[in-house]
Design a protein around this ligand. Structure first.
Ligand SMILES: [Zn+2]
Length: 359
């Protein structure tokens, strides 16, 4: 039997023990480029098959300049993108925008800065704060992940004592081997933060092409930026939208609902998610909004019936929030996606409770 790596399942094994907040997996197994309009491309990166995700990059080419949205995880992948951009155009990349602070969207910044020294890297002010806090420590945090995998291999068990299946053991063994080269690369990363922050929407003309930069509200993080091309009707959503299973391990669920409504109001017929393939209508955005608002509403109903969150524990209230009605709508009959959905849903309830505790 040939071994088929399964990044999604490995992510779940990792997430059980690591509680890492920056590894959404679309299960993407190869690099893929899609042309959205003349001079507008989406690059879906291969998720590193070892617990590392890599966000999508969007390349917007104007008559004078190139605007890039997100720079992915591995600098080597960012350099591959830069080589590709140079095949598309001889115009320089003058703007990079980071949609949020998770490092699977910005560790490639340095590669762009090296290639285009006049580059401006844009992020929401809150995103820059978080990038400054978490960007430079990326490598040592990933080392903890490697150590955790090593420990699972040594003991044959997960951190909570469950014995690993033969398939999981094989995946962990292979992942450890692959992580070595990734870690080597991460050790050489000099983190490059944003150089220009924004708090209010603005637009830039890169040469017969207008690029709008928007903050539609908090959601996945405190500074989620959205890029919108009004003429081409393309919206680039970052991890506010992750397909096929939303990435809700942190964030602001109540506000996220409104932010997705704002996103839905943009006149767009192509939406680039932070991970996964391009969406051609707003059905999925509405579904994610429904999931979030259902979790928030059920939690509020329970807290109203009992006591405010500050007087309770998650264990006392989590049973009152039932999201199984959404499982089939997100995961269909796919077993791995179902496991991923259930893992995300359990975390969503936790995030909703934590948000309620801030009242
Ligand atoms: Zn991401």
């Amino acid at each position: 039997m040939t071994f088929k790596p399964n990044p999604l399942r490995l992510f779940l094994i990792l997430s059980i023990g690591l509680l890492t907040a920056a590894t959404p997996m679309s299960g993407q197994t190869e690099r893929k480029i899609t042309q959205l309009a003349d001079g507008v491309y989406e690059i879906e990166h291969q998720d590193a098959l070892d617990g590392f995700a890599s966000g999508n990059t969007t390349v917007i080419i104007g008559e004078r300049q190139v605007f890039v949205v997100d720079t992915c995880f591995l600098p080597s992948a960012a350099r591959e993108d830069i080589a590709q951009i140079r095949q598309w155009t001889d115009k320089p990349v003058t703007f990079v925008l980071n949609t949020h602070f998770h490092n699977d969207h910005n560790l490639g910044n340095r590669a762009y800065m090296d290639a285009f020294p006049a580059l401006t890297i844009i992020a929401h002010a809150e995103t820059k704060k978080d990038m400054d806090m978490f960007g430079p420590g990326s490598e040592s945090r990933e080392e903890k992940g490697t150590a955790f995998l090593q420990q699972m291999q040594d003991t044959g068990k997960t951190r909570d004592g469950r014995v690993l299946t033969a398939e999981e053991k094989t995946e962990i063994k292979n992942a450890l081997a692959r992580r070595i080269s990734v870690m080597q690369e991460l050790k050489q990363v000099k983190f490059q933060t944003a150089t220009l922050t924004f708090e209010h929407d603005f637009a830039v003309d890169i040469g017969n092409r207008e690029v709008e930069v928007k903050f539609l509200g908090r959601g996945n993080t405190a500074g989620d930026a959205v890029v919108y091309l009004p003429k081409e009707k393309i919206a680039i959503a970052g991890d506010l939208v992750v397909y096929p299973i939303p990435y809700i391990y942190d964030g602001y669920p109540t506000e996220w609902v409104r932010t997705l409504q704002n996103l839905g109001q943009l006149d767009a017929n192509a939406i680039v998610p932070g991970h996964g393939p391009i969406l051609h209508d707003k059905t999925y955005i509405a579904l994610v909004g429904d999931l979030l608002s259902s979790a928030v509403d059920q939690m509020n109903t329970e807290l109203k019936r009992t006591r405010p969150a500050m007087f309770q524990t998650l264990d006392e209230v989590k049973g009152a929030v039932d999201l199984t009605a959404f499982r089939q709508r997100f995961a269909g009959n796919d077993k791995d996606l179902t496991v991923a959905f259930d893992d995300m849903a359990a975390n969503l309830v936790k995030v909703v409770f934590e948000e309620a505790s801030l009242r």
